[in-house]
Design a protein around this ligand. Sequence first.
Ligand code: ADP
Ligand code: MG
Length: 238
Amino acid sequence: MANISLKNVKKSFGSVEVIHDVSLDVRDGEFLALVGPSGCGKSTLLRMLAGLEEVTAGEIQIGAKTVNDLSPRERNIAMVFQSYALYPHMTVRQNMSFNLRLSGTPKAQQNERVDEAARMLGLENLLDRKPANLSGGQRQRVAMGRAVVRNPEVFLFDEPLSNLDAKLRVQMRAEIKALHQKVRTTSVYVTHDQIEAMTLADRIVVLNGGIIEQVGRPLDLYREPANLFVAGFIGSPA
Ligand code: ADP
Ligand code: MG
């Protein structure tokens, strides 16, 4: 687990600035949801945390380290996307242990970690299957399992449930919450779904046009939105 700190972070693509001077602290073990309309910069912010996008200005710290110049692999984070990106020719076990194999973890330890994550995510009976023989929800659980086995300091989620149907989304939401309660890994969860953010997050960050409109606990945002944008987005009582 680690706290995350963004200090005056900016991002430009060419001459267009899309993240304007964002400062934010994520606490150790916290589940933080990042919400806002399409195009407001959620993925860009998350990709900068992951090291997939360079920071134009400012500083990002994870734990005690400034990570601006560290590659994704050096950051000890795990990212879960909406496209599951599982390897089709590998079994569930092989998919889950892939990153451990790359990092040279001994075989016995790989199996131990995969078994533990599989128990946590209800995948024990699916370890020998190929992704083609899994449902959408099962695939998403394997993608999470692949992140969990690495025992990262930070989980980053980018709209991981947006490809699933409504019923499955509700079920997976509960699973993500249960998982976080077990592992307590600091998590940043991007979604454009307010309800998902309200049910999952310790705190919510509302992003709009590359700036933070408000940060707070779900009920506080709901009851005391800082402005009309937050009120409209979080859905205050009429
Ligand atoms: P969100 O995830 O909230 O929908 P994004 O972070 O994907 O928003 O995008 C924020 C803004 O940055 C958008 O205007 C988008 O067009 C722009 N953008 C994102 N990635 C790139 C890129 N690689 N090159 C140019 N513009 C980009
Ligand atoms: Mg996005």
